[in-house]
Design a binder for this molecule. Structure first.
Ligand SMILES: Nc1nc2c(ncn2[C@@H]2O[C@H](COP(=O)(O)OP(=O)(O)OP(=O)(O)O)[C@@H](O)[C@H]2O)c(=O)[nH]1
Ligand SMILES: [Mg+2]
Length: 201
């Protein structure tokens, strides 16, 4: 089955997440990563629609769990970003709980796309996500975002460093270098998502 990503539609936003009762069918792939890593922009890029998800140059833009319909039994989930320290403590804790409650408990979550800014590389909460995906046996791949901001040489260097960092525990995770500005990497991302989807349908 060929997915038409241009038909992605917004379904709902969740300020709290404590249930598996919402959309209790099909599968979900979620986009996760530090605040401002480019999650919402990636979804817009896949859908070829810059108005689908709100994005901003200021971190902490997505504050709720946003669910999108891709097909009748397949959803994308845009998670808020973690690690944004400018929010008040109470809001930081709420967002962190929201993300990790979803990641730890959601039965329909079958795929994770972990976004990392190519200039920053992997940080502690990213490792928590990797460990969680391993523990729950959830598919995962890494997208190194904003590659248009660095030269090809720096891209290669950052990729090399990341592979070394992942070597012992996560050496078989696929890494895609991506830019939502130039669309570099978008077809590779779609290929992986399509392949995962086929495995479930
Ligand atoms: N140059 C460049 N800028 C990008 C790219 N992807 C995202 N941005 C910019 O980075 C900023 C953050 O993008 P978002 O898509 O809102 O990031 P997010 O991860 O959803 O952020 P939160 O919702 O705050 O967690 C925006 O100003 C985007 O335009 C990229 O590939 N290249
Ligand atoms: Mg966002």
């Amino acid at each position: 089955m060929i997915i038409n990503y241009q038909c992605i539609q917004f379904l709902n936003s969740f300020f709290r997440w404590n249930t598996n009762h919402v959309y209790p069918y099909g599968i979900e792939f979620a986009f996760t990563g530090y605040s401002n890593s480019g999650k919402s922009s990636l979804i817009n890029c896949l859908a070829n629609n810059n108005k689908l998800v709100r994005f901003s140059r200021f971190p902490g833009c997505t504050k709720m769990i946003n669910v999108f319909r891709v097909t009748s039994r397949f959803r994308f989930v845009d998670l808020p970003g973690y690690g944004y320290s400018q929010l008040c403590k109470h809001e930081q804790i709420r967002i962190q709980n929201l993300i990790f409650t979803y990641l730890k408990t959601r039965t329909y979550l079958k795929g994770l796309i972990l976004l990392i800014d190519i200039r920053r590389l992997i940080r502690s909460i990213d490792y928590d996500v990797l460990k969680l995906s391993k523990k729950r046996n959830i598919n995962i791949f890494i997208v190194l975002t904003k590659c248009d901001k660095v030269t090809l040489l720096v891209q290669k260097k950052q990729l090399y460093i990341l592979k070394k960092q992942l070597f012992v525990n996560f050496n078989n995770i696929e890494i895609i270098v991506f830019s939502s500005r130039t669309k570099v990497g978008v077809n590779k991302i779609l290929n992986i998502i399509n392949m995962w989807y086929k495995n479930y349908m």
